[in-house]
Design a protein around this ligand. Structure first.
Ligand SMILES: CC(C)(COP(=O)(O)OP(=O)(O)OC[C@H]1O[C@@H](n2cnc3c(N)ncnc32)[C@H](O)[C@@H]1OP(=O)(O)O)[C@@H](O)C(=O)NCCC(=O)NCCS
Length: 260
């Protein structure tokens, strides 16, 4: 995903999230109640509401020993894919356990799928910069690996807290062309959504090139819509999916008139 673009849109994005007045506190309360009932390891020592928000985000990022959390642990049934003659396994990684060779494989797939679209955009393709983005220490990666150990796809994403909202931001979402249209993308997105819901993230968000009509069709099929923070002009747009009904809808007409 075009990181520069996201940075340049950051202020707009933050403003919009503030105005969304996400009911994260309500969601958190539900989560705390649920977790206290369902999981002994959860602490009941939540302090202020702001504290609980930070706690929640930290718990989503690291386990009780402070190690990067494997977000697949809660969903073992989604750790395998068997459909349309394809068998694959999914693995969760943090920057700690990805080797240079792993990153190189991720980059090869990313380059195969996306380099031409980047070249045709105003950003151009900068492999070294992309690699730095992939290697961001806060990024989590889910890989899809075939029976022959080949990389069939991956997604990189971040959990982030912005004011009252917590968001799963999808940075990369890549399925290898030779296994496209077999349901792998849907499986991977379903997993990300389950993870985001489990951690009471309020939204899933991502950025796409306007010219990427295949990706847009895919994301729309998964319930994403063009986000109101998307620019009117330019070659990118932000798409989002609201995960909790408690999250107030954005009045896109007033968003656009104030922000653009
Ligand atoms: C977009 C992408 C992730 C889709 O993954 P996939 O595994 O092929 O998608 P799925 O098989 O799970 O398809 C799910 C649904 O998405 C839609 N879809 C997927 N590919 C589509 C295509 N080429 N044209 C139209 N709709 C498409 C369909 O509704 C499909 O359901 P259906 O097959 O029952 O009709 C994959 O094509 C890809 O990695 N593309 C290159 C990289 C890229 O553009 N990534 C997104 C960057 S923002």
């Amino acid at each position: 995903m075009p990181m520069n673009y996201r940075r340049s849109r950051r202020v707009l994005f933050l403003n919009t999230l503030v105005r969304r007045k996400v009911r994260a506190k309500l969601a958190l309360r539900e989560l705390v109640q649920q977790s206290m009932g369902e999981e002994d390891s959860w602490s009941s020592g939540y302090g202020s509401d702001e504290g609980t928000q930070v706690d929640l985000l930290n718990k989503s990022l690291t386990d009780e020993n402070g190690n990067p959390r494997d977000v697949l642990v809660e969903f073992p049934e989604l750790g395998r894919f068997r459909k349309n003659g394809l068998r694959a396994k999914l693995f969760c990684h943090s920057s700690d356990d990805l080797t240079d060779r792993d990153y190189e494989q991720l980059m090869e797939l990313l380059e195969r799928n996306m380099a031409s679209q980047y070249r045709e955009s105003s950003w151009g393709w900068d492999r070294a910069k992309k690699m730095n983005e992939l290697r961001d220490e806060d990024i989590r990666v889910i890989t899809i690996v075939g029976d022959d150990n080949s990389l069939l796809g991956f997604s990189s994403f971040k959990f982030s807290q912005e004011d009252d909202a917590i968001v799963l931001y999808v940075h990369e979402f890549q399925i290898s062309g030779h296994v496209a249209r077999k349901g792998l993308g849907q499986h991977l997105m379903n997993l990300l959504e389950r993870v985001a819901r489990f951690w009471r993230m309020d939204w899933i968000m991502l950025t796409i090139f306007n010219a990427n009509t295949v990706a847009r069709s895919f994301y729309e099929s998964q319930g994403f819509i063009r986000d109101s923070t998307s620019p009117e002009l330019g070659d990118h747009q932000i798409m989002s999916k609201k995960l909790f009904e408690g999250v107030e809808a954005v009045d896109s007409s007033s968003e656009n008139s104030e922000d653009m």
